[in-house]
Design a protein around this ligand. Structure first.
Ligand code: NAD
Ligand code: LMR
Length: 326
């Protein structure tokens, strides 16, 4: 039974994510931090009849108290997209928010697992890692970019055109990063079904730009929150199952720092990148094994090269932000 902190807990993702985490029997203390409204959200959730204690922490002065003793910190703090924006457009606001939260984690809970939801994930994960490196508390096994929504969307969208594909049972590996062309679903892994080239093209495009569908439909009122809360809770629960209960063999696609992670050498060589999303086996210390990239179709290989080109810039931007103290 462990303490989990949600930073940005009063937001569109933070509230339903906290609701889902309140149902975990592995969490003894759910600490909800936000710059506004976290006390109300905590009071509300605290009436739910599961064993965990819920506390609310509002404003910077209460961040230390929220983080102390944390086993896991989930970060959905920051602004979401509006129509016409890319995730990278969020960098100028969210980079500073994520950096400040990472600095507080380095100080108050340096061994906590940190799960980054705030966009642009391709750059905010490097920001967290660079902050932890600066503070000499970095462990690459313990920082994760949450890309689970791409995995969730992949099985949903495949099921919608191939109803025999059970979306709850069948997991599709998604590699690369979390924005447009950097999202590369490995549909060639689905051996039990056949797809035409047009179907693969349309599915890939839909998975890569699934976030835009929601941004457009919400029409200025934000981006995916409920499906993200579901995906964020799924990833958090997998990590808790592996690290607290000791369940073996749990695999999720996630964006991690490759160097220093067990099993990552091959992907480090083949991508030439410091950070990449791929299947990762979770265990007591976080990453237990970064899985080597699966066999890719020629089209998937092409998509990976495009993703690598974009990721290079995204990663450099995150690293540069911390280095230059912007
Ligand atoms: P939101 O605006 O509804 O909520 C964000 C919350 O963060 C607000 O409650 C706000 O008060 C809080 N916040 C702002 N600054 C903070 C700080 N310094 N410390 C703590 N909390 C702070 O936004 P949302 O819809 O919940 O989205 C949050 C982020 O998640 C966005 O960046 C969005 O792009 C991203 N997102 C990522 C994924 C993914 O797949 N990784 C999916 C959906 C959204
Ligand atoms: C998503 O994939 O839904 C999120 O990254 C939010 C967005 O900006 O699309």
């Amino acid at each position: 039974m462990v303490k989990v902190v949600v930073c940005g807990a009063a937001g569109g993702i933070g509230q339903p994510l906290s609701l889902l985490l309140k149902q975990s029997e592995l969490i003894s203390h759910l600490a909800l931090y936000d710059i506004v409204n976290a006390a109300g959200v905590a009071a509300d959730l605290s009436h739910i009849n599961t064993a965990s204690k819920v506390t609310g922490h509002v404003g910077k002065d209460s961040l230390a108290e929220a983080l102390q003793g944390a086993h896991t910190v989930v970060i959905p703090a920051g602004v979401p997209r509006k129509p016409g924006m890319t995730r990278d457009d969020l960098f100028k606001v969210n980079a500073g928010i994520v950096r400040d939260l990472a600095e507080a984690c380095a100080q108050y809970c340096p061994r906590a697992f940190i799960l980054v939801i705030s966009n642009p994930v391709n750059s905010t994960v490097p920001i967290v890692c660079e902050v932890l490196k600066k503070a000499n508390v970095f462990d690459p096994k313990r920082v994760f970019g949450v890309t689970t929504l791409d995995v969730v969307r992949s099985s949903t969208f495949v099921h919608q055109i191939k109803p025999q594909f059970e979306p709850h049972v069948n997991r599709i590996t998604v590699i690369g990063g979390h924005s447009g062309a950097t999202i590369v679903p490995i549909l060639s892994q689905i051996k039990q079904l056949s797809f035409s080239a047009e179907e693969i093209k349309a599915l890939t495009q839909r998975i890569q730009f699934g976030g835009d569908e929601v941004v457009k439909a919400k029409d200025g009122a934000g981006s995916a929150t409920l499906s993200m809360a579901y995906a964020g809770a799924r990833f958090t629960n997998s990590l808790l199952e592996a690290s607290v209960r000791g369940t073996r063999g749990l695999i999720e696609s996630t964006y991690v720092h490759l160097a220093g992670n067990p099993g990552a050498e091959s992907n480090l060589r083949s991508t030439g990148l410091e950070y990449f999303a791929q299947d990762v086996e979770l265990g007591p210390e976080g990453v237990t094994n970064v899985q080597t990239l699966p066999n890719l179709s020629s089209e998937e290989q092409r998509l990976v090269q495009v993703a690598i080109g974009e990721l290079k810039g995204n990663i450099a931007k995150g690293i540069g932000f911390v280095a230059n103290g912007a």
